[in-house]
Design a protein around this ligand. Structure first.
Ligand code: FDP
Length: 280
């Protein structure tokens, strides 16, 4: 697992450099030396693929940027699903983005997750790694990721991050979101899953939701690359992650790009979601 974490750290440093120096959004165009420029998310995908390909314990990778999983090493036992640059459209407006990694043992199913990691590229680069019952925060300083602290969620938080388009929400979902605001919860939503969930984790708790709605009955966020890795992190930090009625990590994935409605939060907010959705 150490070798995988180190490969993720090297990838993060290279992706941060790419974010800092690249012209943005010029896929298919040529740079001054006549080379074709790659979009940042594709470039990030290739960086991670290359770094993980050096690790013998990695059997297969699946990426948000690739249609199908890719076998790296028959002898390996880890299956790694990653979103190389989540929220990449936010780079254009200089908001934070991130990379997400789910590390599965033997197969890509929620119950086989053994570790999860994400990296936030913001004013600072931070990495969060959940493994062996602990969620640890690291900060990139002078080329090294230094341990900062363990992350624990409070029983109840103050942040409400409601995703999706309100126009398409079910009435009971809208009523639940409104009731959190009526109780004093504050709106925090950048449109980047990584910074939005990072904020909830570091500020003690709250609720992030991306529900199924009439325009997207199965939500938008992808199980293997986004929903399961964050579910593992929230559960390890003492919170929860559900699809409305059940833990998301019990969901069956039929295709690598399957999505799921999802709610991440501290215990109190997740219990409210379960009672609202269970009753509807
Ligand atoms: P994006 O489409 O910009 O890549 O992964 C999907 C995602 O971003 C998440 O990072 C983010 O939480 C969500 O979409 C935002 O979706 P909405 O714009 O529909 O709120």
């Amino acid at each position: 697992m150490n070798a995988i974490l180190e490969a993720i750290e090297r990838s993060a440093i290279r992706i941060k450099q790419a974010i800092d120096v690249k012209d943005i959004g010029y896929s298919q165009e040529q740079n001054s030396s006549g080379e074709t420029q790659l979009q940042l998310d594709i470039q990030s995908d290739l960086i991670i693929e290359e770094e993980l390909s050096h690790i013998p314990s990695v059997h297969t990778i699946a990426s948000e940027e690739k249609e199908l999983p890719m076998l790296l090493n028959e002898e390996g036992h880890y299956f790694i699903a990653f979103d190389p640059l989540d929220g990449s459209s936010l780079v254009d407006v200089n908001l934070s983005v991130g990379s997400i990694f789910g590390i599965y043992e033997g197969e890509f199913v929620g119950s086989a997750l053994v570790a999860s990691c994400y990296v936030v590229y913001g004013p600072r680069v931070e990495l969060v790694f959940a493994y062996n019952g602990k969620v640890k925060l690291y900060l990139l300083q002078e080329g090294e990721f230094e341990f900062v602290k363990e992350i624990h969620l409070n029983e109840k938080g103050k942040i409400n991050a409601p995703g999706g388009t309100q126009q398409f929400w079910a009435p009971y979902h809208k009523a639940m979101i409104d009731s959190f605001f009526a109780q004093g919860y504050r709106l925090r939503y950048s449109g980047g899953m990584v910074p939005d969930l990072h904020q909830i984790l570091l500020k003690g708790g709250g609720l992030f939701s991306y529900p199924g709605a009439s325009d997207k009955p199965e939500g938008k966020l992808r199980q293997l690359f986004e929903v399961f890795p964050f579910a593992f992190i929230f559960e390890t930090a003492g919170g929860g992650a559900v699809d409305g009625t059940a833990r998301v990590l019990t969901k069956v994935t039929k295709h690598v790009h399957d999505t799921s409605p999802c709610f991440f939060g501290s215990q109190h907010e997740i219990s409210v979601v379960l009672s609202v959705y269970g009753a509807n």
